[in-house]
Design a protein around this ligand. Structure first.
Ligand code: SAM
Ligand code: SF4
Length: 468
């Protein structure tokens, strides 16, 4: 049975507890392939100019995305795995904008001839910027880049530090999409993660965002947080029902205290067991299904008339560093510390620390410290992994033609590793297609891992979170 987006979710197709337990290993989320773990300092950066040139002179030049990382946060959330700096000093953002300006200046000449179709502000907390700082950023963007008429401007917001007036002004500045970090509505859970917030304020904010006319309102939730259980999670889901957002991202809590020191404040015995975590996920899918949301990819929900659902049904879903999105972006140019750019056959990552980021820009050099140049095999595998993650199906003949390979010969050993998954009825691998069944959808990361050439390398195993 292939993924049939026309019929409602049959929960038991997705949830075979024994299967999920068997495959609940650690693995990448494949927002890129190869993943950032494979980026190295000594990649061949001579290729950078080539990639930019190819982009500017190709038919892809009109579908370029920009990501801007704003690293500052007002307060530390203990679960957080993002690259952030907690501070109360708003003038730090003025200095940061000075350096973003330098980076725009350095990169914009390579992007002449490109049309930007969307800009995403992520973090950290983009609303750490005051409206005056945000206006400065918008003016800088307009000065250096050319935008499509219907370009989207999206922003991640921390509801604890956003006012109704701030939202009104964001809308006036031309932002079209807003995403609010909710995580969980229960007070005990919020205390354990050092993030108490008022649901009444969140409801007012979102009602206001809808009234203003933002094209889309998204909520971020996390399952698997300390003290969460089906009863506490009901409160969070109830909040979603009350708010009725266009989209919900439901992330599996990535607990990696070896990498994120603040997570050590979360005691292991506060965390739900793997079985309890599955139950939360199941509960969320059932609840969202009953509300009429479509389940998209591995971890998103959207109203049926939302662009994301339409892209899901049309099999034009795309995946970028932020997760599932609509429409293909042939290049994503990152700005700000730790941001990643994807341009044709290269990935580049900026310096993570502010000091390094500033120091490189002071030298008038691009603040890129790591990257990878994809070889032909990487390009083929990236396309395959992307197709599996987004469409849950690969047409072997079409794919083979596109990359001038005989699919079954090229991937002979990988297809052998899929056999046990086929026996577990997670997928079908026949002469024409690989089809991921509904019950394999939640562990599509494992299926993709079979095609990942880098996982055998020692650094890779310890760097990823659990699949569920
Ligand atoms: C940059 S934050 C969103 C904006 C804002 N800083 C906020 O927290 O409201 C990005 C999102 O990543 C998710 N996130 C952060 N750390 C995570 C973790 N360890 N596991 C799963 N999701 C996580 C949260 O859902 C969070 O809303
Ligand atoms: S979850 Fe958001 S607000 Fe909290 S520390 Fe991370 S980036 Fe900052």
């Amino acid at each position: 049975m292939a993924v049939d987006t026309a019929r409602p979710l049959a929960l038991d197709d997705y949830f075979d507890k024994h299967i999920l337990q068997k495959y609940n290993t650690s693995g990448p989320r494949y927002t890129s392939y190869p993943t950032a773990v494979a980026f190295t300092e000594n990649y061949n950066n001579n290729e950078d100019d080539v990639a930019y040139e190819l982009l500017a002179n190709s038919e892809n030049a009109d579908s370029v995305s920009i990501y801007i990382h704003i690293p500052f946060c007002h307060k530390l959330c203990y679960y957080c795995g993002c690259n952030k700096i907690v501070t109360r000093h708003h003038d730090k953002a003025d200095l940061y904008l000075d350096y973003l300006h330098k980076e725009f200046l350095l990169k914009s000449s390579s992007l002449k001839g490109c049309t930007i179709k969307d800009v995403h502000l992520g973090g950290g907390t983009p609303n750490f910027l005051t409206i005056a700082q945000m206006k400065r950023l918008k003016d800088m963007l307009n000065a250096y880049f050319t935008f499509a008429d219907n370009a989207e401007f999206s922003i991640e917001l921390d509801p604890r530090t956003v006012t109704l007036d701030y939202l009104t002004r964001l809308y006036a500045l031309g932002f079209t999409r807003v995403s609010f970090g909710i995580q969980d509505a229960n007070h005990k859970v919020q205390e354990a993660i050092n993030r108490t917030q008022d649901s009444a304020h969140i409801k007012k904010l979102i009602a206001h965002a809808k009234k203003l006319g933002f094209d889309s309102v998204n909520l971020d939730l996390i399952y698997g947080l300390p003290h969460q259980n089906e009863s506490t999670f009901e409160e969070t889901l109830q909040l979603v029902e009350d708010i009725s957002p266009d989209r919900v991202s439901l992330f599996s809590y990535a607990h990696m205290p070896q990498m994120f020191a603040a997570q050590r404040k979360i005691k292991d015995d506060w965390l739900p067991s793997a079985t309890a975590k599955f139950a939360l996920f199941r509960q969320a899918i059932a609840f969202m299904n009953a509300l009429g949301y479509e389940f998209i990819g591995m971890d998103h929900f959207a109203k049926t008339d939302d662009k994301l659902s339409i892209a899901h049904r049309n099999k034009t879903l795309y995946r970028n560093f932020q997760g599932y999105t609509t429409g293909i972006a042939n290049a994503c140019i990152g700005f700000g510390c730790s941001s990643i750019s994807s341009i044709g056959h290269i990935y580049q990552q900026n310096a993570k620390s502010l000091n390094d980021y500033y120091a490189m820009l002071d030298q008038n050099t691009l603040p890129i410290v790591k990257g990878v140049v994809l070889n032909q095999d990487d390009v083929i595998r990236r396309d395959l992994i992307h197709t599996l993650m987004c469409n849950f199906e690969v047409d072997k003949t079409k794919f083979g033609k596109k990359h001038s390979i005989d699919f079954d010969t090229y991937f002979q050993s990988e297809l052998e590793t899929l056999e046990s998954m086929q026996q577990d009825k997670l997928l079908t691998d026949n002469a024409e297609k690989i089809i991921v069944h509904d019950r394999g959808r939640l562990i599509v990361r494992n299926i993709c891992m079979s095609f990942d050439q880098y996982l055998a390398q020692p650094m890779h195993q310890m760097r990823y979170s659990r699949v569920i």
